[in-house]
Write a new protein. Structure first.
Length: 107
């Protein structure tokens, strides 16, 4: 949200901010959907069920991401594909920062 607000303020164009925010949402919502699905009791029954559950939820995540990208021109007025792509990449890179940050915590 901060990057979208900063982009909108820096460019003076609201559609840039909305496009960047939608790009980030396109990463976050399917990722949260997959995380929620993987916490179900069915995925913890056996290692085989866990693997099948992971693959199934990964396919759901990809399908949700593709569907959201296809809906983008209808949902975001004056969509900027470049800003949407920047939001996607920025949000995916934050996952790595979170993993690195989590790994450097001292106990």
């Amino acid at each position: 949200m901060a990057a979208a607000l900063l982009a909108a303020l820096a460019t003076g164009r609201q559609e840039i901010g909305w496009s960047l925010l939608y790009g980030a949402i396109t990463v976050v919502v399917p990722g949260a959907l997959m995380a929620r699905g993987l916490t179900s009791p069915l995925s913890r029954m056996s290692p085989g069920a866990g693997a099948v559950s992971f693959m199934s939820w990964e396919m759901v995540k990809i399908a949700a991401s593709v569907a959201m990208l296809m809906l983008a021109p209808r949902l975001v007025p004056h969509l900027s594909w470049l800003a949407l792509l920047a939001g996607l990449v920025l949000c995916m890179k934050v996952y790595w920062v979170a993993l690195l940050w989590r790994g450097t915590k001292k106990s």
